[in-house]
Design a protein around this ligand. Sequence first.
Ligand code: URA
Length: 231
Amino acid sequence: MRLNAFLARAGVASRRKADELIKAGKVTVNDAPGELNTFVERTDVVRVDGRKVGKSALRHVLLVKPRGTIATASDPRGRPTVVDLVRGEIRVVPVGRLDRDTTGVLLLTNDGPLAHRLSHPRYGIEKVYVADVEGEPGDEALAALATGLELEDGRTAPAGVRLLGPSQIELTLHEGRNRQVRRMLEAVGHPVVRLRRSRYAGLPAGRLRAGDWRELTRDEVRRLRQLVGLS
Ligand code: URA
């Protein structure tokens, strides 16, 4: 794999930052200076500032994403990302996306196969959202959300819908299309005012407040693996 991908996977830095380390001459491969186009194999010895880079341990983190942060590994415009919020030696990246203005439960990990399956539509991982909306949705709107409605990228699958207040809806989805909740609610005439994800794959925020995070327990990781057939 390419040297920057190796460094990112080992938890050293994002690919972009890894490129900067390489350009700054801080990375060696088998004691020769690493280049941007260097490819590395398992058997190669990679060092950053002279320190050997090993395969890092797996890490799984649950974060309650605050409003205004970007849910990607790095932002080309340098805006704060969710990765900046999680301290620790082992770098983790978000599983799937949440919009910049969406808050709530987000999983971050360096466990590639698990992340891949959790975000793959085939596994239909459950996501629960609470949306404050404009107006007061009636039976017709709620029924359309529940049975499925036409969006520009196709019809939505049946969803769980619960009215929590006159202008507050809980939606349970097994899909994860771009801005799906916002587009669904817009389509029924009740645009989102505020959006929070309250559960992801059965994991609730619990006592965590916006910006807080914690490591998943061994049992939680085991359950996630079972959910996607990786146990
Ligand atoms: N649906 C949205 O519209 N936004 C999110 O952040 C997540 C789901």
